[in-house]
Design a protein around this ligand. Structure first.
Ligand SMILES: NC(=O)c1ccc[n+]([C@@H]2O[C@H](COP(=O)([O-])OP(=O)(O)OC[C@H]3O[C@@H](n4cnc5c(N)ncnc54)[C@H](O)[C@@H]3O)[C@@H](O)[C@H]2O)c1
Length: 298
C-alpha cells in the first residue's frame, strides 16, 4: 500500500485539467501538495483554492523540459515541505498532425514535454524516495501510448506516451527493493482545455508560446472523441489515487476501452505470434548461438 495522508506530493502540470484534479484530491486526502506548472498563474490559483479549503499547497513555476527548472522547483518544494514521497508526473501537451507536416521543433517539443519531462522529474525526485525507502511515481501516459494503433495523426505523442509506460514498468523492477512503486495512468478521454490551450504551454525554445493557435484536429480523431464519454478531472482523480494507494501498474479510466485494446493491440500481437509459430513450423527453429547472448566470432 502507498500512504497518501501526511505525505508530500508534487503534481507537474497541476495548474489545470487532470493535474488540477489530482492536486485537489491529494490535498483532500491530507497530502501536502506542490502544484508545479509552466503556467505559474494557473498553479497559483489551484494552490490558493486548496489552501482556502484548509489544505496545504504551494505553487511552483517549472518547465519539465528543463532539468535546471526542475531542480529549482525541487529546492522550493524541499524548503516548504521537505522530501517528496509522491510524484505525479503529469505535465504534457498533445499534437494531432501527420508526422511529415510537423516541423522538427513540433516533434522535439512533443517528445520533450511528454517523455523527457517525465524522465527528468522522475530522476530529480527518485533520490528522495530511495533515501526514505518509500515512494510512488504516477506518470500520466495515455491510451494513445497503450494503444498506439488507435488514434491516427498522433505519432510522436503516441511514441512518447508508450515510452512513459515502458519507463514506469521497467522502473518498477528496479525500484521494488526500495519500496518505490510506479503507475502509468492512461486517460482515455478527460474533459480538459488541452486541445485549446496546448500552444500556450509551448516553451520558447520550441518556438512558443502562442496566445491563440487553434490546433488541427484530424477528422478521424474527432470521430474517436465523439465515440465515447469524456469524464471530468474531479471524477477521475479519486480513481487514480486508489490505484496509487494499491500500487497498481495502470489506471484505466474508461473500462469500455478494453475492447479497443483487444482489437487493436492483443489481436495484432496474437496474429504476429501466430505468424512466428507458422514460420518456425515451416522453416524449422533457428539454430541457437553457441555463445549464448554474445555474438562472438568462432
Ligand atoms: N485530457 C485527456 O483526455 C488526456 C488523454 C490522454 C492523456 N492525457 C494527458 O494528461 C496530462 C494532463 O493533460 P490535461 O488533459 O489535463 O490537459 P491540460 O492542458 O489541462 O493540462 C496540461 C498541463 O501541463 C502544463 N504543462 C504543459 N507543458 C508544461 C511544461 N513544459 N512544464 C510544466 N508544465 C507544463 C500545462 O500548463 C497544463 O497545466 C497530459 O500529460 C496529457 O497528455 C490527457
Amino acid at each position: 500500500m502507498t500512504e497518501i495522508t501526511g505525505r508530500t506530493a508534487v503534481v507537474t502540470g497541476g495548474g489545470s485539467g487532470i493535474g488540477m484534479g489530482l492536486a485537489q484530491a491529494l490535498a483532500r486526502e491530507g497530502a501536502r501538495v506542490a502544484v508545479a506548472d509552466i503556467m505559474i498563474g494557473n498553479a497559483q490559483k489551484v494552490a490558493d483554492a486548496i489552501r482556502s479549503e484548509g489544505g496545504a499547497a504551494i505553487a511552483v513555476e517549472c518547465d519539465v523540459c528543463e532539468r535546471a527548472s526542475i531542480a529549482a522547483m525541487k529546492d522550493a518544494v524541499h524548503a516548504a515541505f521537505g522530501p517528496v514521497q509522491l510524484l505525479f508526473a503529469n505535465a504534457g501537451a498533445t499534437s494531432f498532425d501527420p508526422l511529415m507536416e510537423m516541423s522538427d521543433e513540433d516533434v522535439d517539443w512533443i517528445l520533450q514535454v511528454n517523455l523527457h519531462g517525465v524522465m527528468n522529474t522522475t530522476r530529480a525526485f527518485l533520490p528522495d524516495m530511495i533515501a526514505a525507502g518509500e515512494g510512488h511515481i504516477c506518470a500520466t501516459a495515455s491510451m494513445a501510448g497503450l494503444l498506439p494503433g488507435w488514434i491516427p495523426v498522433h505519432a510522436p505523442y503516441s511514441a512518447a506516451k508508450a515510452g512513459i509506460i515502458g519507463l514506469m514498468m521497467n522502473l518498477a523492477l528496479e525500484l521494488s527493493e526500495h519500496n518505490v512503486h510506479t503507475t502509468s495512468y492512461c486517460p482515455g478521454g478527460v474533459a480538459t482545455g488541452m486541445k485549446v490551450n496546448n500552444a500556450r504551454y509551448r516553451p520558447p525554445r520550441f518556438g512558443g508560446p502562442a496566445d491563440e493557435a487553434p490546433l488541427h484536429v484530424g477528422e478521424e480523431s474527432a470521430a474517436v472523441a465523439a465515440s465515447h464519454a469524456f469524464y471530468t478531472p474531479e471524477a477521475i482523480a479519486p480513481m487514480v489515487l486508489d490505484a496509487v494507494r494499491h500500487n497498481r501498474a495502470f489506471v484505466f479510466d474508461h473500462p469500455d476501452q478494453r475492447e479497443h485494446f483487444r482489437r487493436t493491440y492483443s489481436a495484432v500481437v496474437e496474429a504476429c505470434y501466430d505468424a512466428a509459430d507458422e514460420w518456425h513450423r515451416d522453416n524449422g527453429t533457428p539454430a541457437a548461438n553457441p555463445h549464448g547472448a554474445m555474438l562472438l566470432q568462432d
